[in-house]
Structures are given as C-alpha cells and as structure tokens.
Write a protein that binds this ligand. Structure first.
Ligand code: TEU
Ligand code: CA
Length: 538
C-alpha cells in the first residue's frame, strides 16, 4: 500500500489554493477568451495576493457543452486556451514561484465527441461500446443533475446511454477494467508532466448501481479511487474529491489509512437554507456557525484534512447569497474571508473573491451561457412569469461566478479582461466592483486578503493548530486556535451590532490585536455588523 505519510499530509495545511476558471480569467491574445498565457501573465497578481497553489478548471479539448467538463481529449489543451507548450510554460512559471498546480480530473464522463464515445455509439460490437453504460430500456427513473431523464436514446444501437449530467456528457462504465486503466493512464500522463495534484470532478459518481441502487457512492467507489491514487507514482499528489459526503462517508474517503483521497469538498454550508438554489434562502448565521463547528470538530477528532471555501464556479457568489452585497459589501467580504480561512483546513479562494465580487443581474435568458441555467429556464418558462423566472435565475445561476474577471475600471477594454469582444458579458456591476478600484480604495478587500494570507503564512498556529469553539452569543462566532504555546482568537459578529463576551482566558492572558476589518478595537467594544477581530498570543 502507498498511503500518504503524515508529513506529506500535514504540509498540505500550508497550501492556499486559488481556483481559476480559465475561460473568464484573462485573455492574453485578444480573441475574447481567457487562456493559459493569460494565467501566466497574471501569476504575479497571485503572488501578491499570497497564494501558493492553483486549481485550474478543465483546459482540455472540449466542445464546451458544459464549458470544459465535457472532455473530448484528456491529453490535449483546448486550442482556444493555447497549446501544450503554453501549458508547459505555465508549469515552469508556477514552479519558479513555488506555486503548486492542481488540474481538474473529469473521470465520471467524457464528451459525446470523445473518440471513445463516437466509436462506442456506432455499434454494439465496437470495442469501445463497453466504455459507457447502456440499456435496452431505462432500468431506473434517474434524473440528470441538470434536469430531465438521465437516459438518452442512441439511434445506431437502439439503446439508451446514461448521462448523470448533460446529454453531451455520457457516463463512463467504470466496471470495465479498460476504463479504469485508461483513466489511470490519464492521471499518469499529467503526473509525469509534473502536476502537484488533482481536483476530482464528481468523483463519487464513478461507482453506481443502475439496478435499484443509487446514482452515486456505489459499492465499488473505494476500490476505484484506490486504483487511481494508491500507487507509488501518485502517493505524493494532493487529491481533492468533489463528493457530496456526510461525516461517515468522508471518513471512508479521506481517512488517512484508506489510501483514497487527501481531502474532499463538502457542501453543507453552501446549501444552507436552500430548498432549490434559485429560491431565497432560509437560514440563520447560527446555522452556518454550527455547520462549521461540526466539521471542524469532526475532521480534527478523526485527523482528516478539511477544505475551507465559500465560492466556486458552480455557485453564485457567497457574499450575495449570505451577506449584504450593497452597503456592507466590504465588511461581509472580509468577515467571511477571515472566518473561513482562519479555520483549520486548506483555503480555496475563487477568482474574483479577492476584491469582493458579487452576483450580476441580466434580464434576458439569452445573456446566460450555462447549460444548467438554460435547462432550468426551459423547465419553468410555462409555469411562472418571465420576471419571476429571471429573478430566480439571477439568484441561482452558475453564470454569476463565470463572468470575465474585472481587472480594471476601464469599460472600453472590458475591464481589462480582453481587447476584443469578450466571450461572455462582464459582470453587471463591474464599473463599481473591479480589482483596480478596489486596490485604490480605503476599504480594499484585496488589501485585507493580503494581510489575512500573510497572517496565515506567518503563524503556524493558524496553519497547524487545533480548533475550539468559544462562542457564547447567538449571531456570532468566536473560536480559538492553539499550537504549542501560541493562541489565536477569531471573533466574528454577524449582521446585528452587539457586544460579545470574550473567552475568560482571553482576558487573563496577553493577547494582542492582530487583524480586523474595522481597525483596531478593544475586546470589550461592541462589535458592528460583520465585524471581525483577530487576537494573537505567541
Ligand atoms: O459539478 C457537480 C455538481 O454536482 C454540480 O452540478 C452542482 O451540483 C451544481 O452545479 C450546482 O448547481 C461538477 C463541476 O464542478 C461542474 O461545473 C460540472 O458541470 C459538473 O461536475 C459536471 O461535470
Ligand atoms: Ca484568448
């Protein structure tokens, strides 16, 4: 067995990851589409921010039915993103800056344009037919995650194939040993090119039981993951699974004796108060705190690594969903950042968060790109009014987070994203919210992120220390981090102004104010809305 050693695992707690959605990050060659050279040009922005790892969303050849999550060649770079030489240069430039590079691994499905599927669908006798999941009639009533039946009829073979996501994303048949070998070969291809890890897209879908069982977390999942990653070549890798796992299942996937994953994303805190992502949330901040405390305690007791994130390319901005993105935009952006990224775990920052990006508003469905959003529109357009439906879509669409980055305040250059027509309209509030304006502001979210990440870097107590919840008041969150003799206390007040009772040990010992989003304050002064204060004793 090739399990990750404790030293390897613990050093991942020193990582701070920045997630890049390449299409919308920065366009270096002026064709309106973000690209790999654009990432290279902006590496110094990431260094200035203070991150030391990048998760690059899929940049492989793809017809883009789901923006790169429908891969048609796992070993080729999408031409609109550049060439393999560009990618190699990115690898070299990140290495120079000691930035780790994590690639996205889409193992559950391919594009319907992948050569395997073109062959597979042509005849039942084709050697690749068994690479996918077929049935003469749908054996279950599974619905695809993007809406509609998960089974699609295929004319040439008179069969149905399974697609857990879009119709253009047929699910691979992991029960076929050749599929598993092919996917291990993909992992090896990129590992040999020097990547530091993989973010594994919907990894818990690769095993399923189509006869009466579940669509994901099927009986052979652990075996498949070990085949991918529990090998001499892969044991150094950082692997994070996108898995919708509860505590018990997380322990099975990420337990340090398991030889499966380094860590996994869990989504309790981004699904908080959600019935349907397009409808208003019904939550309290105490619920949010309780979820975070639950996972901190659980991962600590079981020696698991945890991921700290609020945003990604599949969510509208957290700040708009759970905070006040108008009058208190700076306060919320900085409070959420401090609250999450000073917990025990590995921070993941999504592009745009570092200057307080928020949701957009567009009133026409034609101004949206995402397949999931369009499916939702089609399914509801005859059921509710257009105005109501567009409000729902603006609230819940993944496109909120996928619009081009607003680097500057200059509308003529599409806010510094491209010199030509961008592939997708910039955020509707880009005039007000862009990196340049933010950096020139007295209340700069970016400057706060810099301080926060520098604070993490300087203090082992934040990176490696343990966690204790110290909250006494509703509507607030106070926690302590402890490492050897060092202590840090993070106190965050949510939306209402209030005085917070600080932990008694805090009053006795010699803590100093280290960081805050309302400037230096004494512990006893009442906290203002979304005020955060961090105190340190070394
Ligand atoms: O997402 C998986 C997933 O479950 C999402 O579909 C999520 O539930 C949804 O977007 C919430 O609205 C991964 C990728 O992150 C996503 O971008 C892909 O579209 C999807 O897999 C299929 O590959
Ligand atoms: Ca480009």
């Amino acid at each position: 067995m090739e399990k990750q050693a404790d030293e390897t695992r613990n050093q991942f707690l020193n990582w701070t990851v920045y997630q890049i959605y390449p299409r919308s990050f920065y366009d270096a060659n002026g064709d309106g589409i973000g690209d790999i050279n654009g990432v290279i040009e902006k590496l110094d922005h990431l260094v200035a921010l203070g991150v030391n790892a990048i998760w690059l969303c899929p940049c492989y050849q793809s017809p883009n039915a789901d923006n790169g999550y429908d891969v048609s060649d796992y070993r080729a770079i999408a031409p609109e993103f550049g060439t393999m030489e560009d990618w190699q240069r990115l690898r070299d430039e990140t290495k120079k800056r000691e930035i780790n590079l994590i690639m996205d691994l889409v193992a559950n499905h391919t594009s319907d344009q992948h050569d395997w599927f073109r062959q597979a669908r042509s005849s039942r006798e084709n050697p690749y037919h068994d690479f996918y999941i077929w049935a003469d009639t749908p054996p279950n009533d599974w619905q695809s995650v993007f809406g509609g039946s998960a089974w699609q009829f295929n004319e040439p073979t008179q069969e149905y194939y399974l697609h857990s996501f879009a119709i253009e994303q047929p699910d691979l048949n992991w029960e076929n040993p050749r599929v598993r070998e092919a996917m291990c070969a993909v992992v090896d291809f990129w590992t040999d090119k020097g990547v530091d890890g993989f973010r594994c897209d919907v990894l818990d879908f690769i095993s399923k039981d189509i006869r009466g069982g579940k669509m994901f977390q099927g009986p052979r999942l652990h075996e498949y993951i070990r085949q991918l990653f529990d090998r001499p070549k892969t044991k150094r890798l950082f692997t994070v699974g996108e898995c919708q796992a509860d505590e018990a299942y997380t322990l099975q996937l990420c337990g340090k004796q398991r030889g499966e994953l380094t860590t996994a994303f869990q989504f309790d805190h981004v699904r908080l108060g959600e019935t349907n992502k397009y409808l208003p949330l019904d939550f309290t901040f105490d619920d949010l705190r309780n979820i975070l405390v639950k996972w901190q305690n659980f991962t600590q007791e079981n020696d698991l690594l945890y991921t700290l994130f609020t945003d990604n390319h599949d969510q509208p901005f957290f700040l708009s969903r759970y905070g006040n993105d108008r009058a208190l935009r700076y306060e919320c952006a900085t409070a959420f950042a401090a609250l999450f990224y000073l917990l025990r775990g590995i921070p993941f920052i999504y592009q745009g968060q570092e200057f307080g990006s928020v949701n957009s508003f567009f009133d026409d469905i034609e101004q949206f790109d995402d397949v999931e959003t369009h499916n939702y529109y089609k399914a509801h357009k005859d059921k509710i009014s257009e105005t109501e439906l567009m409000q729902q879509i603006n609230r819940g669409s993944r496109d909120n987070a996928r619009r081009p980055m607003a680097w500057t305040k200059n509308e003529a250059t599409m806010y510094g994203f491209t010199t030509k027509k961008p592939w997708f309209a910039p955020p509707s509030r880009a005039d007000e919210i862009n990196l340049e304006t933010d950096r020139n502001s007295q209340k700069s979210v970016f400057a706060f992120y810099q301080k926060l990440l520098a604070f993490r870097k300087e203090n082992e107590v934040i990176r490696q220390g343990d966690f204790t919840d110290m909250t006494t008041e509703s509507g607030s969150f106070i926690y302590q981090r402890r490492y050897g003799e060092s202590r840090a206390i993070v106190a965050c007040n949510f939306d209402k102004e209030q005085a917070l009772t600080m932990p008694t040990l805090f009053n006795r010992e010699n803590f100093r104010f280290a960081l805050g989003n309302y400037g230096e304050q004494s512990p006893s002064a009442p906290f203002r809305p979304f005020e955060v204060r961090v105190f340190l004793k070394t």
